[in-house]
Design a binder for this molecule. Structure first.
Ligand code: UD1
Ligand code: MG
Length: 454
């Protein structure tokens, strides 16, 4: 059996983006557009992806890494010329190559699979994916014979007035039989309005030599939309967010206001979790069941257990176990693990620390580079003094310890199991288990200090 492989065109500058970043690396739904295209190709069963790079090629290669092979198109002489750059790699392969553009982030694996299956079923040498556009402006038009067969594709700039009325357009996505494609590419010329080597001309060449050319029309034109400007980027973002929200709601997640909820493609959320407005869930974030997340919260690459409440808070690259309560106004920074039933809230920052089961950090604390046991109470305003200006040091607080309000724990330092720290202490020496440490000046009252007595 022959295998599906792809060539993804990504050499263009994307001038209308007005950006120093190559167009295909702009993100939609939290992922680079080119990555979305590769994901769709892989979902459709592609075994090998070749990306044609040009403008910003090194940046594109770094972003995609080993997921694809790369060929370089040094001068952008047109889509036909771009595909021809892959000739050395692919021209002798007995198989189907799907040509894709790196700027169509709304594609799905299902649509590409349908294109491939119908191409195979028809026994065609070339099959173009078409779409019926509400506004065909800018696209190549599909010109069919009276019998309905695809005769050729005419670019907007080369089209006759009659042809411009056609609303069936070329999506820029095709399946070709490899050997036939690369042979036809040798016969392209640039005798057209843009002076470019058009890939679209391959269809006319194949028709003329009696090869079968076929077309598949997408049910939903949105999937084939190409992004050329920031305005279109925002439009695609909206569609992709909407898709994700609908998928999650169908899986049993409540999203109170989908229009103000931003969830990246790879995020997973369990049943009966409620997402409140103005919530961003990004990257590889996973949320369990029966949680309440938001409003006004952002979690990036965060693992959240079940029955967690997190509101008005931000966490990134951290983990929250079941039944944790977070917020309002909490910042959880990388390498932080919050164990079961912990309560953190009201302006608390935690970094590179573990907080044991059932502990409380309820108000105004900075906890950095600390290992806090279970059942600990960190009083309001407790600070770990973890940095001496050169190095960071760890603080260890044992199980069931009680740290009084407004204390400084100057690391490296430990507070033993069941120990107490008196409010307002600055602790610089280890506190033994079950001891009470008080490290502050004893109060003096000086009588008669002022005459303001009522
Ligand atoms: C192309 C099609 C048009 C189709 C439209 C769909 C041709 C001649 N026209 O037009 O029929 O309706 O896509 O969006 O193919 N690229 C390169 N190297 C080049 C030129 C382009 O890699 O030398 C890449 C671009 O980065 C982009 C893709 O090919 O990803 C399409 O190129 P673009 O210039 O956008 O073609 P269109 O004019 O939109
Ligand atoms: Mg284009």
């Amino acid at each position: 059996m022959t295998e599906l492989l792809t060539v993804v065109l990504a050499a263009g500058k994307g001038t209308r983006m007005q950006s120093t970043l190559p167009k295909v690396l702009h993100q939609v739904g939290g992922k680079a557009m080119l990555q979305q295209v590769l994901d769709a190709a892989n979902d459709a069963g592609s075994k090998r992806n070749v990306v044609v790079v040009g403008f910003g090629g090194e940046t594109v290669k770094t972003a995609i890494g080993t997921q694809a092979e790369f060929v370089v198109q040094t001068e952008q002489l047109g889509t036909g010329h771009a595909v021809a750059q892959a000739a050395d790699l692919l021209k002798n392969i007995d198989g189907t190559v799907m040509v894709l553009c790196g700027d169509t982030p709304l594609l799905t694996g299902n649509l590409l699979k349908k294109l491939y299956d119908e191409h195979k079923k028809a026994g065609a040498k070339a099959t173009v994916l078409t779409a019926i556009m509400p506004d065909a402006n800018g696209y190549g038009r599909i010109i069919r014979t009276k019998a309905g067969a695809v005769e050729k594709i005419v670019e907007q700039k080369d089209a006759a007035p009659q042809e411009l009325l056609v609303r069936e357009v070329n999506s820029g996505i095709y399946c070709f039989e490899c050997k036939v494609l690369f042979k036809a590419l040798e016969n392209l010329n640039c005798d057209n309005a843009q002076g470019e080597y058009y890939l679209t001309d391959v269809l006319e060449i194949l028709n003329k030599s009696g090869e079968k050319v076929w077309a598949v029309t997408a049910d939903n034109y949105e999937e084939t939309l190409g992004i050329n400007s920031r305005v279109q980027l925002a439009g695609a973002e909206k569609i992709i967010r909407q898709r994700k929200n609908i998928e999650l709601m169908n899986q049993g997640v409540t999203i109170l206001d989908p229009d103000s909820t931003f969830i990246d493609k790879n995020v997973q959320i369990g049943k009966d979790t409620i997402i409140y407005p103005f919530t961003w869930l990004e990257g590889e974030t996973v949320v369990g069941e029966h949680c309440e997340i938001g409003p006004n919260s952002r979690f990036t690459n965060t693992k959240i257990g079940s029955f967690v409440t997190a509101h008005f808070s931000y966490g990134h690259d951290c983990e929250l176990e079941d039944e944790v309560i977070v917020g309002p106004y909490v910042h959880l920074r990388p390498q932080t693990k919050i164990m079961k039933k912990v309560k953190i809230g009201n302006f608390v920052e935690v970094k590179n620390s573990t907080v044991g089961e059932g502990s409380k950090l309820p108000h105004l604390s900075y906890i950095g580079d600390a290992d806090i046991g279970s059942g600990v109470n960190m009083g309001c305003g407790t600070i770990t003094v973890n940095y001496d200006g050169k190095k960071k040091f760890r603080t260890v607080v044992g199980n069931d310890a009680f740290v009084g309000c407004n204390s400084n724990l100057v690391a490296p330092v430990s507070v033993g199991d069941g120990a107490y720290v008196g409010a307002g202490s600055t602790i610089t020496k280890d506190v033994p288990p079950a001891a009470l440490a008080i490290a502050r000046q004893r109060q003096r009252n000086i009588e008669g200090w002022s005459d303001k007595r009522s």
